[in-house]
Write a protein that binds this ligand. Structure first.
Ligand code: MN
Length: 286
């Protein structure tokens, strides 16, 4: 199933016919008072909601995809986890270019571990990336994004995929410079998730997905998840050995070679096998 959020916080199921509006099912989610949960309520309740989602989507008249503004398919992730240099060729590329590493010691993921991006950086494909610090180089990074479905604590790689709800395309926008990664990758709008979440019944094996990103029509990154140093299973094992993963947590699995600058006015086009494609505009923050 392909689940999206669009326009004014509406919920949709995407089929070949378009978007089926299933927003009224959100009323079935439990209501919380303060303190709010650290998981995403929709992702947590997806297994329960699933039959109703299917039924409701069959009944609703589809809207054309073209006319809607896509939001992040996950509204309230507790964490956005990201993998640094997790493709071998990207590590070589970073080590070779001073404007990418800025004298920072670049380690392979085995030594570097994972980092976090601010959840307030998250947008959907229909919202604009708004760059800050235009005097600095801002880069695109296209990645496979994993959405956690069930709590995961000290999970082995062998069982890791049982804890996944689905997959999206992720953009990990980055200001180059000497500061810590999480600081340079956390401005508002610097994490794009989309175009929708494809659940695991439709996409069960994330290990051989080809994907690419073009900037103004020119292909910049073109790779396959079979080149990952740590695959999805190993990333979940590593992450869950340090902290609990909750439903709705996002793991950006790392970007391949070919990172490059983006500027206001650019249009990004990212696609991934079995997920789909998304067009994202780039502007400048006011
Ligand atoms: Mn990245």
């Amino acid at each position: 199933m392909r689940i999206c959020r669009f326009d004014d916080n509406r919920l949709g199921v995407v089929t070949d016919k378009g978007i089926h509006d299933v927003t009224e099912l959100l009323a079935q989610l439990p209501h919380w008072t303060y303190p709010l949960p650290v998981f995403d309520p929709l992702v947590k309740n997806l297994p329960k909601l699933r039959p109703a989602l299917e039924q409701q989507s069959k009944q609703s008249t589809p809207k054309p995809l073209k006319g809607v503004r896509l939001l992040s398919p996950i509204a309230n992730p507790g964490k956005i986890i990201a993998a640094p240099v997790n493709y071998k060729k990207h590590l070589e590329e970073v080590l070779a270019q001073k404007e990418l590493h800025h004298g920072n010691l670049i380690n392979e993921i085995h030594r570097a571990g994972l980092f976090l991006k601010a959840t307030s950086s998250l947008i959907g494909a229909g919202q604009r990336i708004e760059l800050v610090h235009l005097d600095r180089r801002n880069d695109h990074e296209v990645e496979l994004a994993v959405i956690i479905g069930k709590p995961a604590r000290k999970v082995s790689a062998a069982n890791a995929l049982d804890h996944v709800a689905g997959y999206c395309i992720g953009l990990d926008i980055t200001i180059r410079g000497p500061e810590e990664r999480s600081f340079r990758k956390s401005p508002d709008t610097y994490t794009v998730l989309g175009p929708w979440m494809v659940t695991t019944d439709e996409l069960d094996d994330p290990s051989r997905l080809s994907f690419s990103i073009a900037v103004n029509g020119e292909i910049r990154q073109d790779a396959n998840t079979d080149d990952l140093v740590l695959g999805v299973k190993e990333l979940i094992e590593l992450a869950s050995s340090f902290y609990t993963l909750h439903p709705g947590d996002i793991i950006l699995t790392g970007t391949p070679q070919g990172v490059g600058p983006v500027c206001p006015g650019d249009v990004l086009f990212a696609r991934m096998d079995r997920i789909g494609d998304m067009r994202v505009e780039v502007g400048a923050a006011k």
